[in-house]
Design a protein around this ligand. Sequence first.
Ligand code: MOS
Length: 731
Amino acid sequence: MNARTLGQPLDRVDGPLKVSGRARYAAEHPADDLLHGSVICSVIARGRITAIDASAALALPGVKLVLSHLNRPPMAQDDESYEDDDAADGSPFRPLFNERIRYSGQPVALVVADTLELARHAGSLVRISYEQQPHATDLREALSAAHAAPAELPKPRGDADGVIAGAPVRLELEYELPCEYHHPMEPHASTVIYQADGSLLVHDKTQGPQNSQRYLAEVLKLEPDRVRIKSSFVGGAFGSGLRPQYQLPLAAMAALKLQQSVRVTLTRQQMFTFGYRPRAVQHLQLGADENGKLQGLVHEVIAQTSRFEDFTEHVAEWSGMLYHCDHVRLAYRLAPLDVYTPLDMRAPGAATGVYALESAMDELAWAAGVDPVQLRLTNYAETNQNEGKPYSSKELRACYQQGADAFGWSKRSPQPRSMREGDQLIGYGMATGVWEAMQMPASARASFSADGRLIVASATCDIGPGTATVMTQIAADVLGLEPSQVEFRLGDSSLPQAPLQGGSFTVSSVGSAVREACLALAEKLCEAARQWPEAPFSDGAALRFSAGRVQQGEDASRAVELSALLARHGSLEAEVQAQPGKQRERYASASHSAVFVEVQVDEALGTVRVTRVVSAIAAGRVINPKTARSQILGGVVWGIGMALHEEAMIDHDLGRCMNHNLADYHVPVHADIGAIEVIFVEENDSIINPLGSKGVGEIGIVGVAAAVANAVYHATGKRIRQLPITLDKLL
Ligand code: MOS
């Protein structure tokens, strides 16, 4: 492989477009006949719409349509099952399907007008009458109504409850975190361009253009080839774009009805009206010997879901694999409420479950009088006991070592409240992170254009991690080109099949496809060169393509230039689908991290500042350390927000999120963030995929909230088991 390209901190290939404003996002694509839609959302949490009076709105010049369940185009019925690629078990929500209200904030009408301002004003004139029914939105009140989740958990092993009852050190703990929302910088938006032939070209904010394309075709009963989705640039998503969001079918229905182009952009407030990380209550029981060696572990989770779908994520699983323990029982239940269905949000499940596990492990370290890092080493898992398999690679020990060294963990004085600077109590905390290293089937097409540029394409997208850049590096590396000679095309449902961009599996999935497509193209070039009339090759000699020519072995004097091949063949292309390798099946694969946090807590005010973080990551080979580091930084910042800031405040009388804006829903700002050091630990993995790469999109957040909470305990001696850790809880 080309050492100049893989592993290099290449600048983003689309960076200049993004910083100069030339990158168009979903709501920025123009159309001559463009109309603007504004969504009206339900103010009640449960009931039905009894009447819609749109007369005052429609009387305004320039208002074209008030779309509701009363006048929408045909939509798939209840018995016509369709599912998007990230659908939860159940019956998906369809906006404007009928008069039923299932949650506060549900879209109930779309006002379409010549301008956005007019549409919004007209929306304020639409009178909607409701018949209200009793609702329930408080998880605490619904815990006893929880049912087993449809997800398959690892079977219990050993006798966890019995062993814990007899263990020398026993802990029983409960942790809770609130609902949290994704809030990418770019709100969800769809610009539906109504084509002359009645087909739809849609610029959608999504993590899967082909997912949106199938969804729209199935829900609105359109021929699939009449819908094309583009998502050329995506301003962050973090999971919010894994499912098509309601602005997409609303804009498409309006465009079909009016036979005109329509754009619908959700407001920041409306970004609180669909999927979120669900509130969860977690119960942990640990039993250990006097040295902190785990003997038994029970992790029971109850999370909220909607009445119409069972949203499931892997919350408890991590507790059965992160540490060696022969007696484990895991449970996961869901409590349905009158709310919208939760949705995968960065490191879904792991961010939640590992927060509880790593907080509990810290409590165990104190209870057993063992250093928290030493406790992790004492309980180190060489294999994945959930799956009964060895790891394809696991350099977590090196993460602990390098992270602790860089952080200066050895300077920590063990007792709580034993470190201070003036009024500031100083705390050191740490935690482990883990995320599964997955691979999905994915396709890519590689071709040389007539001028010798390599064009590689796949229907993935780039929600911000730097996919376009990394795929460019992989393609350049395989074919011995400079990155500047490569163009990677993405964000278009008409390109070769690709999975959703999520799960940290884009590099392993699409990257493998890009690699294989480039190898197949090189093979085709060699075959074409062999057929060349004046081919200077000996019979049967091994040929290879590199740096713009096909040559015999290392002999550059026996070569056919790419330009000559292209002149003769026009263009050459290869398309492949890459599958996860069979060899993976005998192994478990995961990325790991060790995160170290320093906090300062003002003794009088209870304010918490995270002054330093060191995150040591083992995620296989890092293709681009610059973009990868940015992923970890983003994850760490988000983990700090999860620990200290983020909380959707629900008024359960109204069943409604009350802090639905970024002034009241707190996220970290620059002033909240101190020094963050990212260490990529060397980890060679020849099993997961030929790139040896595991993905870094999610691992950065996992464990961070626990590390912060553990540092706060070390600083103050107070254990706050309900996130976020706000000063009222500390004082
Ligand atoms: Mo990620 S939550 O799979 O976008």
